[in-house]
Design a protein around this ligand. Structure first.
Ligand SMILES: [Zn+2]
Length: 93
């Protein structure tokens, strides 16, 4: 999964893998996205990419098999969307 984001400082788009390579810094302006929790942030971004890949692959496999059921999209995407919306709103913990 190629997760993309936008820097709140310079407004440029980046790939999460670029942030991982930069130790939690914006690949364009070099500013740390979260100076106090850089390690936690980088770990969580790495987890999100890996988990996203795992989820995508599993769902692709299920769809390929074509079982006699449908999956409830909100049960898979609802919580994910809620967290992303909270991130986009700028409301922290
Ligand atoms: Zn930036």
């Amino acid at each position: 999964m190629k997760i993309k984001g936008t820097c709140r400082h310079c407004g440029r788009e980046f790939l999460v893998e670029q942030v991982l390579e930069n130790g939690g810094r914006c690949p364009w302006d070099g500013r740390p996205f979260e100076p106090d929790y850089a390690v936690v942030l980088v770990d969580a971004l790495r987890d999100a990419e890996a988990a996203g890949n795992t989820l995508e692959n599993a769902l692709e496999k299920i769809a390929d098999i074509g079982p006699e059921f449908v999956l409830d999209m909100d049960s898979i995407l609802g919580e994910v969307r809620a967290h992303l919306e909270r991130l986009a709103s700028g409301r922290g913990a």
